[in-house]
Design a protein around this ligand. Sequence first.
Ligand SMILES: Nc1ncnc2c1ncn2[C@@H]1O[C@H](COP(=O)(O)OP(=O)(O)OP(=O)(O)O)[C@@H](O)[C@H]1O
Length: 299
Amino acid sequence: MKKMLFIFNPQAGKGQLRPKLSAVLDVFTKAGWLVTVHPTQFKGDATNLTAELGGEFDRIVCCGGDGTLHETVTGLMTLPERPEIGYIPAGTTNDFSRNLRLPRGYEKLAAVAAAGCPRAVDIGRFNDRFFVYVAAFGAFTDVAYDTPQQFKNMFGHLAYLMEGIARLGNLKGYEVSVEYDGGVVEGEYIFGMASNTVSVGGLIGLPADTVALDDGLLEVVLVRMPKSPAEFQAAIGALMKQTTDEAAGVVGFHTSRLRVTCTEEVPWTLDGEYGGSPRTADIENCRHAVTIVYGNETK
Ligand SMILES: Nc1ncnc2c1ncn2[C@@H]1O[C@H](COP(=O)(O)OP(=O)(O)OP(=O)(O)O)[C@@H](O)[C@H]1O
């Protein structure tokens, strides 16, 4: 029998999986999988487990929010031979799942995780760490990991938005130099991200026709320190409209790698979790590093 490791975060989202767990396991079993189940016990558990035991399985299905997917993929990246991944979103934001054409409802999600379409997906490397869909610094980026879990569960997206707005008053700029495939960008920037997704934080969208998860490229967006409230509004407007706007200080490009150097330590987020505060971030696209199971739903 094919062997599946099913990792789920019992704390993710509103604990929505719990009443559906038996049905989900039944779908896996009926699809021919012998399932080993592991509820995560602490932060980092999914990474440790995947790194230690992942190689013994044909497929690893993880269930939780973006954090759980991040941890599972991080563990997977340490393996020389990587089993396929299935993902059942059950978190607060589930940003990355928007890329996967997944259906609604746990039984249907389980059916995709068990027998969907496997596709190669690029994974980002950030110094000696990894990210599935976004590495970012500056405005908004500390929101996800600053927000207490209970608050996040109660208010969901609203919490992200409120925290973001509360921070507009004290914008911090970073003097950065960004070297990439196409040249160098330098200046004082309040926000920067390298991503491989159509949605970030439920807030920032990227036009789906410019994003491919398997093209070896990361999408980079940088926002310059605004010189006036009007310029800041223009920058937010450009981000909401999913466009770049050089005049408003919103710069965007595609690249396979980039190096972000700053005059001070910069806190980064990787997939919504704290990713360290290095002065130099070497970021690169690891092309087709993992295989993820997609659904068939059209958007
Ligand atoms: N048993 C546990 N107790 C406490 N924290 C845990 C446990 N298991 C996993 N975690 C941690 O919970 C964090 C958040 O998990 P996850 O991203 O799955 O859910 P979420 O925060 O509800 O969703 P989202 O990231 O989409 O907002 C992760 O950093 C994970 O390591």
